[in-house]
Every structure is written in structure tokens, then in C-alpha cells.
Design a protein around this ligand. Structure first.
Ligand code: FE2
Ligand code: FE2
Length: 158
């Protein structure tokens, strides 16, 4: 995969939803993934990759996984608080993605094969993320505002 065919998300143009904390989380996640993407590209371009480069990718993946877990937990909590009618559809998508991401990270730790990571980070995940935010997250945020939640509040205040 060449650099020009890699899908890299940009916080400036990424779709926004009606809830601040959700947008903030999405932007943080894009920054994490872009940093991971830079590490992966450097790894691809360097035939003599070192243990240090491998460890950096592993660490970045662990940060991403942790961030995703918190991201999904907060949205699931919001959906429960507002009694969102499509809770199961939205939360099961979260579960499915988290499971898939766990498998990708585990496989990387076992074999240090960069190609599945390239495919996931530059194609599978960005395509899913845009689609998910534009559908599930957008509708959830609209519903929360409609039932009276302050769009500027933080999860701890809800
Ligand atoms: Fe989200
Ligand atoms: Fe979501």
C-alpha cells in the first residue's frame, strides 16, 4: 500500500456530533491513530527495523486499545442514561470492533507482521470510524440533546 492510498483522517474535516465530549474523544483517537500510522509507515520504509521500533508500535497499539475501551464505555454509559432506544445496535457495534481490534493487537504481538496492521489502520478502521460516527454516534448525540442533556457537559456530569 503506497502512502497515497492510505486513508488518514483529519480532525479539521472529521464529522462532528452534537455532544462536545464525544467530539473531543474522537479527535483524540484520530491523533493516536495518526501517530501509530506514522510509526507503521516508518517501519515499512526501514528494512532494518529495530526492537525499539517494534516496541513503539506495540506501545502505541496498547494506548489506542485503552482509549477505545474508554471511548466506548462512555458512550454506552450515555446511552443507558438517556435510555437510547437503539442501545443494543450501537453497543454491539462497539463490542464487535473492540474484539476485532484486540485480535489485531494480539496477532501483532505474536508475529510482528506489519501487513495486517497496515490494512487495519489505513483502511478498515478509518472507513468504519467515519461511518460509525456519521450514523450511530450522530443519532445518539441528537437523541441525548433532544431529551434535555447539555451538549457541553462531561460524562461525569451526566
Ligand atoms: Fe464515538
Ligand atoms: Fe459509538
Amino acid at each position: 500500500m503506497t502512502i497515497s492510498t492510505k486513508k488518514i483522517l483529519d480532525t479539521e474535516t472529521f464529522p462532528k456530533v452534537d455532544f462536545d465530549f464525544m467530539n473531543e474523544t474522537h479527535f483524540e483517537e484520530i491523533e493516536i491513530v495518526n501517530e501509530l500510522g506514522r510509526l507503521i509507515t516508518a517501519y515499512q520504509q526501514d528494512a532494518t527495523f529495530t526492537e525499539n521500533e517494534i516496541n513503539k508500535i506495540t506501545y502505541s497499539l496498547a494506548c489506542w486499545l485503552q482509549h477505545t475501551q474508554t471511548h466506548f464505555d462512555r458512550e454506552n454509559m450515555l446511552m443507558m442514561n438517556i435510555q437510547f432506544p437503539m442501545y443494543l445496535v450501537h453497543s454491539s457495534e462497539h463490542s464487535h470492533v473492540l474484539k476485532n481490534m484486540n485480535q489485531i493487537v494480539k496477532a501483532w504481538k505474536n508475529n510482528n507482521d506489519i501487513e495486517p496492521l497496515v490494512d487495519y489502520v489505513f483502511t478498515v478502521w478509518p472507513e468504519w470510524f467515519v461511518e460509525h460516527v456519521e450514523s450511530m454516534d450522530m443519532v445518539t448525540a441528537q437523541f441525548a440533546v433532544m431529551v434535555g442533556y447539555d451538549p457541553h457537559s462531561q460524562p461525569s456530569e451526566q
